[in-house]
Ligand binder design. Structure first.
Ligand SMILES: [Zn+2]
Ligand SMILES: [Zn+2]
Length: 746
């Protein structure tokens, strides 16, 4: 007789509402083990007994084969005395204390569901809302906790008997999957015209007919509405751009599969992994020359944002359309995307010719996420659908719950408790009233979902940011102001689980400096609790203040002054007048404004239509193979100063000498990367610090990031860059939370 072994196993992490108990149940049965499994307050509890080898195999497979949507943070195993009972059961959750299951991010339709979708014999054949415990809507349909059907937007759909049987069967892959439904009992698709009148016939076939005719179709997705046109149809793409008032910002393209993707972009193994992962983000990839994409889809860029279908509806649509389609946010430029039916029908009425719509409400708006392969890894540029609200594990715990309110542009907030940081989905530019409302409501929603009551509230030092003002209005909490660029570097540290101190290089647009100037090209000595400014880009005036942000040519004027014999940019713009605006010209050390100066100088961009445009287009304009460089002077007094003007002057001289602007743009990128590396080398000698953390929106520029990382590594530095949160302002909230937690521990 074999000796019985019994263990009590506690599994923490994302293990509730993801099919974990059925998985444990079938695993135990397969191995002939007895015991039971149930959910408890902070995870799943398993009692299992049987032959020693079986129990050992169980513990191995528990982590190795866990369901796709689960994320195990910790497994605790304790030996216990065997009971000799037979059978394995799923016990009801124990009502001990408040349930706090983690709500997961929405997941792309899984292969099992896709097989059923395509199977004429399956009762969910071609059903656009098919899902299971491994896939489908989660975060965007959850109204509250516990994660249970009545607290989702599926509450209004009573399950039919067949669905209910699947839902209650522990052996079924739809066991406890709250959005379980079928054509008999679930949401229905409809096609409406621009006035809201329902069109008869099959909604998908109808929508495809309209798309083929070059019409703009609004499509209700997981986290909001999209606007679609065929990607190769120039007239339709140009019309969509005109109606959205989105003059130049690139549109994303959805392709049916990897085969279609390969006809548009360079797809390597890494890109394949990103495109096909369960988060299904938009992946920025190098566009193939001659790719069949209309010019208006992504003007002035060599890359293209691609994504694969992530709902059954998308799969059905693209299969029918049989060509790639533009799928861009359902909004007028500058506003948040529409996600409520009535609002969409109103706001998009002048843009869309038809609406492909359904009756499952979206509770939370979530834009598509955007990622970019850079420097051999991935950088998240926008973290939203598919990622949020997944917690980021923090290496050190927050002693008291923290709310970090983030910055102003590309806003996110972050709630931190214990070792978990919940960074919100990308919310957008808080200057917009609708976005601010969404920001405030989302904070409440997150607090409710994760049962967190913040005791410390961190915010930017900029008194005018609406996120700062919101923090000031919260009563009964401890407030903590965190300098913008310290937050950037702390975000990079938290992203990498590194305590610092490091040399922090923060290159971005504008941030409030404690000295009253606008920072944005900063060299800091930083750890999680504090920072010291060691150096910066030389300050220049921003002629006309915010006008200089919208009109990059003003920065060329600021950098070159009257020294501009025969430059085209000076001929195109009222240069001398701008320089006389000195009183309205705050000083800045911003790296983005340095990029602006060069972009306008080279004729890439004099005026912008979206934030960061000149920087994006200068990178796209640059020749990535260029090896030449410019040298910026570095002085080291009290503070180290990098003379950005040297780079602009060198570019102007090359331009006057007739050099190719693509080569000049490449040399400028290399020159800045060189300057950063030499500055870090000087600071390493002064401080002994050998690790550099790179953060700030400029490091969303692949050319700059790759050139900087390569040079720093060659100089013997250890380099930290962003992985899980954006280098730009979308990552600032995590940094603020990390600083607040670290100060609380100190
Ligand atoms: Zn599925
Ligand atoms: Zn049903």
């Amino acid at each position: 007789m074999t000796t019985l072994k019994r263990v009590d196993v506690h599994v923490e992490g994302v293990v509730q509402g993801v099919g974990f108990r059925p998985f444990v149940h079938s695993l135990a049965r397969r191995l002939g083990l007895a015991g039971r499994v149930h959910n408890d307050v902070d995870g799943v509890h398993i009692e299992v007994e049987g032959a020693l080898a079986g129990v050992e195999e169980f513990l191995t497979a528990l982590e190795r084969d866990a369901p796709a949507l689960s994320e195990i943070e910790r497994v605790t195993v304790v030996s216990a005395r065997p009971t000799g009972h037979n059978g394995f059961t799923i016990a009801a959750g124990l009502p001990s204390g408040p349930l706090r299951p983690l709500v997961r991010a929405d997941g792309a339709t899984c292969d099992d569901c896709l097989r059923e979708l395509a199977d004429p014999a399956d009762r969910r054949h071609r059903y656009p809302f098919i899902n299971c415990a491994n896939c489908g809507p989660r975060f965007t349909i959850v109204r509250g906790v516990p994660y249970d059907r009545p607290l989702t937007t599926m509450a209004g759909f009573g399950m039919c008997q067949t669905c209910a049987a699947e839902y209650h069967d522990p052996g079924n892959r739809r066991h406890r999957a709250q959005p379980t439904c079928c054509p008999a009992c679930g949401p229905r698709l409809r096609l409406r015209d621009a006035r809201g009148t329902e069109l008869c016939g099959d909604p998908i076939a109808g929508a495809v007919t309209l798309l083929r005719a070059g019409r703009v179709v609004a499509i209700k997705g997981l986290g909001g509405f999209h606007l679609a046109v065929p990607a190769a149809d120039e007239r339709a793409a140009a019309q969509l751009r005109g109606r959205k008032h989105r003059e130049e910002q690139p549109f994303a393209v959805m392709v049916a599969d990897l085969g279609q993707a390969r006809r548009l972009c360079e797809i390597d193994e890494h890109a394949t992994e990103l495109l096909t992962g369960r988060a299904r983000p938009i992946v920025l990839l190098p566009r193939l020359p001659g790719a069949p994409v209309a010019a208006s889809v992504a003007p002035a860029t060599r890359s293209l944002g691609l994504m694969l279908p992530y709902t059954a509806l998308h799969h059905l649509l693209l299969a029918e359309l049989a060509e790639p389609m533009v799928l861009t946010g359902g909004n007028v430029s500058g506003e948040p995307i529409a996600y409520e039916d009535d609002d969409a029908l109103t706001r998009l009425s002048g843009i869309a010719d038809a609406f492909l719509i359904h009756d499952r409400p979206i509770h939370v708006r979530a834009d598509d996420s955007v990622v970019r392969p850079m420097a051999g890894e991935v950088t998240v540029l926008r973290r939203a659908r598919g990622y949020a609200p997944e917690p980021l594990a923090m290496r050190w715990p927050a002693p008291r719950p923290v709310l970090a309110c983030g910055a102003e542009l590309k806003s996110t907030f972050c709630l931190a408790e214990g070792r978990r940081a919940f960074v919100s989905q990308h919310i957008g530019n808080l200057e917009n009233h609708e976005t601010l409302r969404s920001f405030v409501e989302s904070i409440d929603h997150f607090c409710g979902l994760f049962g967190i009551r913040p005791e410390v509230v961190a915010h930017d030092l900029h008194p005018g940011y609406l996120s700062t003002r919101h923090a000031m209005e919260i009563h009964g909490v401890e407030l903590l102001g965190v300098q913008h660029h310290h937050a950037h570097i702390a975000s990079c540290l938290a992203d990498n689980g590194d305590p610092g101190p490091v040399l922090g290089v923060a290159l971005d647009g504008l941030g409030h400096g404690p000295d009253g100037t606008l920072w944005g090209g900063e060299f800091l000595r930083a750890d999680l609790t504090s920072f010291e400014r060691l150096g910066h880009l030389a300050q220049v005036p921003m002629p006309g203040g915010s006008a200089a942000v919208r009109q990059p040519w003003r920065m060329t004027a600021a950098y070159l002054g009257d020294d501009h014999p025969g430059l085209d940019v000076a001929r195109r713009n009222p240069w001398t007048d701008a320089l006389r605006l000195a009183p309205a010209s705050p000083l800045t050390s911003s790296a983005a404004r340095l990029f602006d100066a060069v972009a306008a100088l080279l004729g890439v961009r004099d005026k912008i239509t979206y934030a960061g445009q000149a920087v994006v287009e200068l990178e796209q304009h640059a020749d990535p193979a260029e090896r030449g460089t410019y040298e910026a002077g570095i002085t080291h007094g009290d503070l180290l100063v990098v003379e950005g003007a040297d780079l602009v002057r060198a570019a102007a001289a090359d331009l006057a000498a007739g050099a190719c602007t693509r080569a000049i743009a490449g040399r400028f990128h290399n020159g800045l990367a060189d300057a950063v590396t030499r500055a870090c080398d000087t600071l390493r000698k002064a401080t002994g610090l050998t690790t550099v953390a790179l953060s700030g929106g400029m490091f969303q520029n692949a050319l700059l990031l790759e050139a900087t990382v390569a040079r720093l590594r060659a100089a013997g530095f250890r380099v930290l860059k962003h992985v899980r949160v954006p280098p730009g302002d979308g990552g600032v909230s995590l940094g603020q939370a990390a600083v607040a937690a670290a100060r609380d521990r100190a």
